[in-house]
Design a protein around this ligand. Structure first.
Ligand code: AMP
Length: 467
């Protein structure tokens, strides 16, 4: 089996009174759906019991009106959306996926809690073995259960949830943004490198945590701040906050730059940087890299659009739509076979002939992974009458695996590992192809004190990877 690659979104809310916390969680998870579409879950507390609902599928399918009605009196809830690329024999097995749905729930001597985790641990195999040798049993194959077991161990030693989670932050290596939910508190924590985002907000006295600020906006919560790398923030029902901070001396910051390139929603702000503004800047820099004459700039829906706006603004070439996206087709990227992926790209993006005919087009997308999307849509543009198609990619060539929670195919399938830029250009059928240089991408900080991980582009990671 390949290594698990998790792409997930997490959310939590706690109030001192019944607010249908699970309803807020369902709405927030819907706005985080882009971070994972295979399973979703909510664990809610109503002062008497822990209500758990998780399943395979989309947020709107899982959390129906009956469930939301049954949660009317909940004051605290934590949730999770998940996409895992763990492939057994090339495909995700249903049993494997459903058992791995989160939040994980645990009842132990001191308390019952839920755990929502985004990211992948790099020392998971080692920790799993150590726990197994002591007689521990696992019900899932995901890293997050290891974190849950370690929290229980620490709770038994410290009798203090914050201390327990804070100690576990030293034992686990890699990427983790987590939310631990209990009857009377929510504890949010982010790894020392700050690989994955996590922020905090307020809603009428309730405290809220979420992977992305778009989830706060969606429920009408006010953004308070990002959780810092190496920070733990605990909130109780009354809104009382406790924070603990790890010493970051010698630690390299490693916020995943791919969050800005592709993963996050453009209306989110991560560590003070607007995802949309970052993508616009990528587009501007792309134009400056190789100014090109054309009649129209188009973005590949959805993730190429903000960068295309930036390109259009910088070049003065008008922005236009070249594709209509069928919003009911799911993610092509995760289809198990190449013919299936190609068929899905075809039915997902339809060329807008009236806009394309006779035009020289600059087509902007966020990344080329296998090359399937680019090849198919360039062909479709030509069939629709485009005179020239100049492909512009708002990230560098994608060459290396990610160990921190972004699904990247095995290195053999990454087109940039086999061909030069000119060869890729020919393979995808473009008239020209330009990638955003690595240095340009890593410098998009708008004066903020952040450091990115761009390991998928240069193979250098902020922490040592033990193979
Ligand atoms: P491909 O068709 O394999 O070249 O994939 C490129 C397309 O997939 C781009 O249009 C991206 O928007 C999208 N993409 C890139 N990275 C990922 C990822 N880790 N998970 C899902 N989709 C991705």
């Amino acid at each position: 089996m390949e290594k698990l690659h998790e792409e997930c979104g997490i959310f939590g809310i706690i109030a001192d009174r019944p607010i249908n916390a699970a309803g807020h969680a369902a709405a927030a998870l819907l706005s985080l759906q882009h971070r994972g579409q295979q399973s979703a879950g909510i664990v809610a507390f109503d002062g008497g019991k822990m209500i758990v609902k998780k399943d395979l599928g989309l947020v709107t399918d899982i959390f129906g009106q009956d469930f939301l009605d049954s949660c009317a009196f909940t004051h605290t809830a934590a949730g999770h959306v998940r996409y895992s690329a763990a492939r057994e024999n090339g495909i995700n097995t249903t049993s494997n996926l459903s058992v791995n749905a989160q939040p994980i729930t645990v009842s132990h001597k001191c308390a019952a809690f839920s755990l929502s985790h985004n990211g992948s641990l790099t020392n998971a195999a080692h920790l799993r073995q150590k726990i197994a040798e002591k007689g521990g049993v696992f019900y899932t194959t995901n890293d997050s259960e290891i974190v849950a077991v370690l929290i229980v161990e620490q709770c038994l030693k410290t009798h203090d949830l914050e201390k327990a989670v804070f100690n576990v932050m030293d034992a686990v290596e890699g990427a983790f943004s987590i939310i631990v939910g209990t009857e009377d508190k929510l504890v949010a924590a982010r790894d020392k490198n700050g690989f994955r985002p996590l922020c905090m907000g307020r809603l009428n006295g309730a405290t809220v945590f979420a992977s992305e600020s778009c989830a706060l906006d969606c429920i009408g919560a006010e953004f308070v701040r990002d959780i810092a790398a190496g920070e733990l923030v605990s909130a109780d029902k009354s809104g009382q906050i406790i924070t603990l901070q790890k010493d970051l001396k010698g630690v390299k910051r490693g916020l995943c730059v791919f969050e800005y390139v592709y993963f996050a929603r453009p209306d989110s702000f991560i560590d003070g940087i607007s995802v949309h503004a970052a993508r616009m800047e990528m587009g501007r820099l792309l134009f400056r890299q190789k100014p090109t004459n054309a009649d129209m700039v188009c973005g590949v829906p959805d993730s190429g659009i903000s960068a295309a706006y930036g390109y259009a603004e910088e070049s003065g070439i008008p922005y236009g739509s070249a594709f209509i996206k069928n919003r009911y087709v799911g993610r092509t990227f995760i289809a198990p076979t190449q013919p299936k992926r190609e068929q899905m790209v075809g039915s997902k993006l339809s060329p807008l002939k009236a806009s394309i005919l006779g035009k020289r087009i600059v087509l902007v997308d966020d990344s080329i992974v296998r090359g399937t999307t680019s090849a198919n849509i360039i062909k479709a543009l030509r069939v629709a009458g485009a005179k020239e198609v100049h492909m512009r990619i708002s990230s560098p060539p994608f060459k290396y695996p990610c160990y921190f929670g972004t699904d990247v195919d095995s290195r053999e399938n990454l087109i940039a590992n086999h061909y030069t830029v000119d060869e890729i250009c020919r393979k995808i059928g473009a008239d020209s192809l330009v990638y955003l240089p690595y240095k340009d991408l890593m410098n998009i900080k708008f004066g903020r004190d952040v450091g990115f991980c761009g390991g998928c582009f240069d193979g250098k990671y902020p922490i040592k990877i033990i193979h």
